[in-house]
Write a protein that binds this ligand. Structure first.
Ligand code: PAF
Length: 282
């Protein structure tokens, strides 16, 4: 396992790979790896000659008062886990290398970033798009994999790649869940045992909506209201948003016809968690 910290060294590694005509799959992460990340890596392994991950807690995607300083970090553990699923190289840059003094170039994906997490975390997707564009320029992957748990992030990055004609195929990996349904997230670490139980309301509310659609409910308003009720009845849980949107441009829909995505963000104690599920009519 190679850990590369410097951008010129990473670029040299990529040049050598390219010279041999070989391909690269990149899984960008912020580290503190869990089974969800490992799923992305297992998916990526067979898709290219080289599997690279990046670990970078990207300061530009955190807002004031968010958890940048406390975001969990554990490189030795991450290295072992990544090695166990065939990762060959970890790109592990420092913030000073990614954003040196005088840095002033950002990628802004409009429209699709306005709702959902974009509304409650202003600037978040500008930071995500910027860092991922930089990672793509440095690692030059043929394929990059992102988790569907961060559904809006995936849609934003797909739009960025399309709009900026980037030479990378963006693939999605389904959300990986604990046995009881909680979507895996590095932030689950912040939850107490009691909060961990309360956090199940996210997946339960989504599953309940899915069942209601299967039984014929088509009104987005009714489905959202029921989810909000379930969340508000759960201790220590407050709704940030509950939305039902079209799967590509993430515009709110009024009726479920064909495929839609129900997405929600909930604060459980001080921890903000997100989750989503597809709602589909046959
Ligand atoms: O999903 C994440 O972990 C991050 O947002 C990403 C894509 C690695 C960019 O920092």
């Amino acid at each position: 396992m190679e850990i590369i910290r410097e951008i010129p060294a990473m670029k040299a590694w990529v040049r050598a790979v390219r010279k041999r005509g070989e391909t690269i799959c990149l899984v960008p992460t912020m580290g503190y790896l869990h089974e969800g990340h490992l799923g992305l890596m297992r998916m990526g392994g067979p898709l290219a000659d080289h599997l690279v991950i990046s670990i970078f807690v990207n300061p530009t995607q955190f807002g004031a008062g968010e958890d940048l300083a406390t975001y969990p970090r554990d490189l030795p553990r991450d290295t072992e886990l990544a090695g166990s699923v065939g990762v060959e190289c970890i790109f592990y840059p420092g913030a000073g290398a990614m954003y040196p003094p005088g840095y002033c170039t950002y990628v802004e994906v409009e429209d699709i970033t306005e709702g959902l997490c974009g509304a409650s975390r202003p600037g978040h997707f500008r930071g995500v798009a910027t860092v991922v564009a930089k990672l793509f320029n440095i690692v030059e992957p043929d394929v990059a994999i992102f988790g569907e748990k961060d559904y809006q992030q995936l849609a934003v990055l797909r739009k960025m790649v399309e709009d900026l004609n980037m030479n990378v195929q963006v693939l999605a990996h389904p959300t990986v869940r604990e046995e009881d349904g909680l979507a895996m997230s590095s932030r689950n670490k912040y939850l107490s045992a009691e909060q961990r139980k309360n956090a199940l309301v996210l997946s339960r509310a989504l599953l309940q909506a899915r069942r209601r659609v299967e039984r014929g409910e088509r009104s987005a308003e009714a489905l959202k209201a029921e989810a909000v009720r379930m969340i508000e009845q759960t201790p220590e849980s407050t709704v940030d948003y509950v939305e039902i949107v079209d799967p590509v441009l993430l515009r709110p829909v009024e009726r479920i016809e064909g495929r839609a995505v129900m997405a929600l963000a909930v604060r459980v104690g001080a921890t903000r968690l997100i989750d989503n599920m597809t709602l589909e009519t046959s």
